[in-house]
Design a protein around this ligand. Structure first.
Ligand code: PLP
Length: 377
């Protein structure tokens, strides 16, 4: 009998929880109206939509009027960044070179189309920024500025201190956008108390279906839509709302926050187990995720160079282990990670991202290391 595959790529996406699948089926059977219609079916759909907006906003501790449903994390970040420039008059963006490509590509587009000035902070070998550098860049700030820095780096797991960063932004009258796509469902947030203006979330990262997300836009800021059309989402995002996705996202998020501490402890144990087994098995590895300053869901490890290492993830896949070694490009091949090229520009080896969930067990971690040993040795 073939051994069961091991999936350690939960930062890429996650399976839908069984209880969420049941709920999806219930929604599909009972709610079909268009929330913009005024008849009974429409009103039922509208109250379903608003009920889930309230659930999600109470989990993230913000006002429900600050939560806008979108199709994904990419759309939320595009909306926030592009509309901050077009609506709020942002002339300068300060960010880092290791943001998600949806943010980096927006910066490029804004530089070209709006002549927005984009300044990148330096990052160290763990992908951490220096807040003093941020402070000094903001010091002589005469232009309207937006700081855009992710909370949890999707490749390294490295965490940003949102409180400190946000306070620096407030002190210098800069807006603060944080991409929280990898943090939602794994870290508690109090959006109303945090000194942030914008954040983003994506349902498929926390056990709900793909193509559903949200943008948090605090009440101080009113943004123009990216998509023009109807007046859905208070005219910030036109298009009939994805009720099944939103209901499922709300159900999955309630699940994530219902027993967060135990699940995070489980992730820490798995992360620690893998760190220790890998360090024993391969003494030459470098660990790119800073312990205590990264999300326990992600462990990024740099393997030293050897002939054929470029094919490492393909060989692991053949052996039944799914991990990430960069980003998949259009042809389905893997391209080198821009994050790793920033933090380890001269290292010829290969970085592998292992990412876990509460569905992962310690036996899978042991088997993962055995597969790596077989393929590498
Ligand atoms: N931001 C981060 C940090 C991510 O990890 C991802 C997805 O990998 C995104 C944004 C994009 O989210 P989506 O897949 O919902 O477009």
């Amino acid at each position: 009998m073939q051994a069961k595959r091991i999936y350690l790529d939960y930062a890429a996406t996650s399976p839908i929880l069984p209880e969420v699948i049941d709920y999806i089926s219930e929604i599909a059977k009972t709610i079909f109206g268009n929330p913009s219609s005024t008849h009974a079916e429409g009103r039922i759909a509208k109250s379903f939509l608003e009920e889930h907006r309230k659930t999600i906003s109470s989990l993230l501790k913000c006002n429900s009027s600050e939560l806008f449903f979108t199709s994904c994390g990419t759309e939320s970040n595009n909306l926030i960044l592009k509309s901050s420039v077009s609506t709020l008059g942002v002339k300068r963006i300060i960010s880092s070179p290791i943001e998600h490509s949806c943010n980096l590509q927006c910066f490029k587009w804004l530089q070209k189309e709006y002549k927005t000035q984009v300044d990148f902070l330096k990052v160290n070998e763990f992908g951490q920024i220096d807040l003093e550098e941020l402070e000094s860049l903001l010091h002589d700030n005469s232009q309207k500025t937006l700081v855009s820095l992710m909370h949890v780096n999707n490749e390294l797991g490295t965490l940003l201190n949102l409180e400190e960063t946000g306070h620096i932004c407030r002190k210098h009258h800069a807006l603060f956008h944080t991409d929280t796509v990898q943090g939602i469902g794994f870290f508690p947030y109090n959006f109303s108390e945090l000194p942030i203006d914008f954040a983003s979330g994506s349902a498929h990262k926390f056990y709900a279906p793909k193509s559903c997300g949200f943008a948090y836009i605090n009440n101080q800021n009113i943004l123009e839509p990216l998509l023009h059309g109807g007046s859905q989402e208070r005219s910030v995002r036109a298009g009939t709302e994805n009720l099944i996705g939103i209901g499922a996202m709300s159900k999955a998020l309630s699940y994530c926050y219902s027993d967060l501490e135990n699940r995070m402890t489980h992730l820490e144990q798995l992360n620690l187990q893998l760190r220790s087994l890998l360090s024993k098995q391969f003494p030459d590895i470098l660990i790119n995720s800073p312990w205590h300053a990264s999300s326990p869901k992600i462990l990024n490890v740099q393997f030293p160079y050897f002939e054929g290492i470029e094919l490492l993830t393909i060989k692991l896949d053949i052996e039944g282990l799914s991990v990430s070694g960069g980003s998949a490009c259009a042809s389905g091949a893997e391209t080198a990670s821009h994050v790793i090229s920033q933090i380890r520009p001269d290292h010829p080896g290969k970085a592998i991202r292992f990412s876990f969930s509460h569905l992962t067990n310690s036996e899978e971690i042991e088997r993962c290391v055995s597969i790596l040993a077989k393929v590498i040795h």
